[in-house]
Design a protein around this ligand. Structure first.
Ligand SMILES: Cc1cc2nc3c(=O)[nH]c(=O)nc-3n(C[C@H](O)[C@H](O)[C@H](O)COP(=O)(O)OP(=O)(O)OC[C@H]3O[C@@H](n4cnc5c(N)ncnc54)[C@H](O)[C@@H]3O)c2cc1C
Length: 591
């Protein structure tokens, strides 16, 4: 049975030593002192460890089952969902007008990490509901908000997002699901959606489907897409449930991972739907919640790597194989533990330095979302918009890479189901695909976000890195190990940006390098996070912090990232500079 312990100390370090949340001039942040956030994170960690984590393997092995149109979630999911609802964990950052607790998004993110690490498939039922809540909250009418949001905040009703169809995933302009006005303000929705997470299950009284469809007679392609609320059970004016709507689950998909989450084919057969926002503006409504949803998926990436890493460390300390090349460490045993070997250390350091950097990057992203929303800060909004594809694409690619790296520590035992390591790899894999496949994140970054608002946001990011380096130049402890590598990596990133500008008229050159650029930018962001974390840890030590081992470990882990991971930017730059010729050299027939 795999283990999981919520890394509460590391979470607190990011919230307080790095982001200094309680000192930020953002509404609601003044309450986020160490005691308060500590209590929340400890309790989230306890639930994750005691309630959700034991159900992770159960969810994986049992999966969801459909019988006579009813989808059953794995044993124990229903009871655990009740506990999440009762504890108010589904409502943390939601508006108090609808029953939420109104906490900052960064606090919601801090509590989400243990839940996702402990049981990603389970947490998706609530995660999807939160996404649907955000879309209705931002674009729904007052009446719709009153009708649906309180029950969604409490998760008595869950939510779904219905975009994908058999012939259209990335290219939503090809959508065929249609909406025909009924003449009373409602619409008849007909069509088939596939791969719908939490589309049907037995944990809620009602399911509020958010469905993209084309109103007949509207513009062609993506410009003709509108967003609709399609409840599983109609909701009467007094809030009671009415007749069953004509939406049904056709089947649940067999899939590689996240077996505990029901991935459904949903059939809409003249189902009654209600327009959210304006006609033909469905994509705008979807994009409103994209920053949050994609940040949530980025979190899934590193949170799975965190769980896998914890197990790999335990195994490396336990498994006896070979002897330490510098001298025997376990003379009473037949061999030394794996953890003495440099190659195992390299692997574990890769995982550890990624996960801790990724946590900082994600929480910083959540903080930017709070700053953008609560302070109407356009610069923070621009910055998080730029960072969103990086958080989603880079953190999920690396999250999967390190979940499999953790498997590697187990040798053959990592491949055998008994140890539970393959689940981390299988579960982490989907995060690279949904919420926009990672190739599309790279396309979004290079094709759209770099040039957004005249390139203002990427310039602001470069300036932020430059300012940090300049302000700390006199800090000898940071200079060689942190500032110099950060400067070199940032220079690589700027050179790649320049290459794209010079090749703006040759799209194949730019887009052949977009994936490399996304990874480069991810490395620079984690490099910046590590330099800032190292500074924070040094300050804590200078200030007489008692837990010297914790802070010294932080600094050493950061040094590893800067020395061994960050130089990847130069390889990515070399690849970008070769342009698209070698990428596009073959005719399609030659593959
Ligand atoms: C388990 C699971 C859960 C899901 N949950 C949901 C859900 O709740 N709601 C929902 O609506 N959908 C959901 N999806 C669907 C998911 O979002 C899509 O699978 C994803 O967006 C990709 O679409 P596609 O599979 O049709 O791939 P395609 O769009 O066919 O893309 C295939 C590949 O081509 C690449 N590609 C496509 N177009 C371009 C281009 N222009 N340039 C470069 N590369 C390109 C993509 O990056 C991808 O690698 C889920 C999928 C799975 C497997």
């Amino acid at each position: 049975m795999p283990i999981y312990n919520a890394p509460t100390k590391d979470i607190q370090f990011v919230l307080h030593d790095l982001l200094k949340v309680s000192e930020q001039d953002i509404e609601g942040f003044e309450d986020l002192d160490r005691d308060f956030t500590g209590a929340v994170v400890e309790e989230a960690g306890r639930i994750a460890t005691e309630v959700l984590h034991p159900l992770n393997v159960v969810g994986d092995t049992e999966g969801c089952v459909m019988e006579n149109g009813v989808v059953r979630t794995p044993t124990g999911f229903k009871e655990a969902f009740e506990q999440m609802k009762e504890g108010g964990w589904t409502a943390m950052d939601c508006d108090p007008d609808y029953g939420g607790q109104g906490l900052p998004y960064v606090m919601h993110t801090a509590a989400q990490e243990p839940f996702v690490s402990a049981n990603m498939a389970f947490n998706m039922y609530q995660g999807l509901t939160h996404g649907a809540y955000s879309a209705i909250y931002a674009h729904g009418s007052d009446e719709q908000k009153q009708k649906y949001l309180p029950k969604m905040v409490s998760c008595e009703w869950t939510g779904t997002m219905n975009l994908t169809e058999p012939h259209c995933g990335t290219d939503l302009g090809l959508m065929r699901t249609k909406a025909v006005p009924n003449g009373d303000g409602s619409y008849k929705i007909s069509g088939q959606k596939i791969f719908i997470s939490a589309g049907e299950h037995d944990m809620a009284d009602n399911i509020i489907h958010l469905v993209l469809a084309k109103i007949q007679g509207g513009p062609e392609g993506i410009k003709g897409v509108s967003l609709f609320i399609v409840p599983k059970f109609m909701v009467n004016d007094d809030g009671s449930l009415g007749a069953r709507n004509s939406v049904a689950c056709g089947k649940i998909e067999e899939k590689m991972g996240i077996h505990g989450n029901s991935t459904c084919v949903m059939n809409y057969d003249e189902a009654t739907g209600f327009l959210v926002g304006d006609e033909h503006k469905g994509m705008r409504a979807m994009f409103t919640m994209m920053n949050e949803a994609r940040l949530g998926v980025g979190l899934q990436g590193y949170a799975q790597a965190e769980s896998a890493y914890q197990n790999a460390v335990a195994y490396a300390n336990d498994r006896l194989q070979g002897r330490d090349v510098t001298g025997v460490k376990n003379p009473d045993g037949p061999a030394d533990p794996l953890i003495v070997h440099p190659d195992i250390r390299r692997n574990l350091m890769d995982q550890k330095s990624f996960v801790e950097g990724a946590r900082a990057f994600t929480f910083w992203g959540a903080y930017l979302i709070d700053r953008a929303h609560k302070n109407q800060d356009a610069d923070a909004d621009g910055l998080i918009s730029l960072m969103t594809p990086v958080i989603k694409g880079f953190l999920t690619d690396k999250g999967f890479e390190y979940a499999t790296a953790a498997q590697q520590v187990y040798g053959g035992h990592g491949y055998i189901e008994e140890w539970g390591m393959s689940q981390y790899a299988r579960d982490a894999r989907i995060a690279m695909i949904y919420e926009g496949a990672n190739g599309i994140q790279a396309l979004d970054l290079v094709g759209r976000k770099l040039a957004q608002d005249g390139g203002k946001h990427v310039m602001a990011f470069f300036e932020m890195v430059k300012t940090f380096i300049k302000e700390n130049e006199g800090n000898e402890a940071l200079k060689k190990d942190f500032l110099e590598p950060l400067k070199a990596a940032s220079k690589d990133l700027q050179a790649a940006g320049m290459y794209f500008m010079q090749n703006a008229t040759k799209p194949n050159n730019a887009l052949s390098g977009s994936y490399d650029f996304m990874h480069m930018m991810g490395h620079v962001c984690l490099g910046l996070m590590w330099a800032r974390m190292a500074k924070a840890a040094m300050e804590a030590l200078e200030g007489g912090a008692s837990d010297t081992e914790f802070y010294e470990t932080k600094i050493a882990t950061g040094r590893y990232y800067m020395a061994r991971q960050l130089p990847a930017t130069s390889m990515h730059l070399s690849r970008i500079n070769t342009g698209g010729d070698t990428v596009m050299a073959l005719e399609a027939a030659n593959f």
